[in-house]
Design a binder for this molecule. Sequence first.
Ligand code: GLU
Length: 448
Amino acid sequence: MNEYVQRVIHNTSEKHKDQPEFLQSVTEVLKTIEPVVKAHPEYEKAALLERLVEPERQILFRVVWNDDKGEVHVNTGYRIQFNGVLGPYKGGLRFHPSVNLSVLKFLGFEQTFKNSLTTLAIGGGKGGSDFDPHGKSDAEIMRFCQAFMTELYRHIGPNTDVPAGDIGVGGREIGYLFGQYRRIRDSFDNGVLTGKGLTFGGSLIRPEATGFGVLYYIQRVFEHEGLVLKGKTIAVSGYGNVAWGVCKKATELGAKVVTISGHNGYVYDPEGIDTKEKINFLLEMRASQNANVKMYADKFGCAFMEGKKPWEVKVDICIPCATQNEVDLSVAEIMVQNGTQYYFEGANMPATNEAIAYLQGNGVLVGPAKAANAGGVAVSALEMSQNSERLSWSCEEVDQKLREIMYNIVDVSYQASERYGLKRDLVSGANIAGFEKVAEAMMAQGLI
Ligand code: GLU
């Protein structure tokens, strides 16, 4: 491996021994962009990689809120403003007990390349809190969001940093966060957050965008590979916003999603999650205070496989849509054994580096998260455009732009991988294409 790349990976590992998720993503990205770094010796002189792995700003703060019984709770709030060379920091907020600095730094790092791939003017950021929304009442969620924004507002703005949702943060939370921002600032500020409700600046198709984007990505990959999507079976993990969008668009395109999952097991619906009633039920389930994926199995009379992961089902395509690192080497082995040939990531970093290497080594075509799930943030950037122009585009307009963006991501990934003699390596292709633009902008903007 290139000595400079190796040194930066080594130094980052030494410095951040306690941040495994962040190191995992840094290692994966730096290894795959090695040929670009080799071709640009000026990057080393400018300490480009050292700067690339160091967030521009990391904000940590205390969030204090009252539950319905009046008890006081304290959580940690975060915003990682990772890289702003391409535009205002952009990326979601995650509310989940597993949130820590390592998780948010990996998400912010990945977001930088993902946002670059969209071709829209957005930098990379991520934030959130270790707050657990599970089982909380609506009033508690609102108080938490207000407390969170009471600090965050001073760090964000339409030209500075534009947060959105992620795990645990959907339309309801964005509404409360935006309301509090507006109250404190006394300004609409071009909407400042994305994923807003349609009555106050939200974009059509934003809720569907990540899932739809995954399917558009697959559609284009299949065109490159000379394959047809119609009739293919799909295993999905998770049952949140991304899984919902995937079920909806897969059905429209004639493919069939047969699994969804939660932390306690998965649902196997061999008929397919392919009717309006079933797809809408995913939304209902997620919105309920004690959400549990088993509710789907009970309602539609299909099997709930307790404590199991959906990857044991034989399917053509696997799309993890839950959270990071659910696909480890043992899962990758099962996928290969089952004859799965296509693996596309709806969630961020759902697989370990080992698992990805195993899948690719066994001929599975891998569509990495930062490319395949870029549709969400892409439509967020379209929401920003609409807000700054004070107008709203039709469904068709947004959907068509989303499709074009996803198709382009696939095309540039294939091109980048071919340029460096890495045929069909869409992981390296996405990293290289995303990196090239960020690196060029960083060089142009000097030592900052
Ligand atoms: N959280 C989403 C992601 O992982 C969306 C971010 C956004 O819309 O800003 O890309």
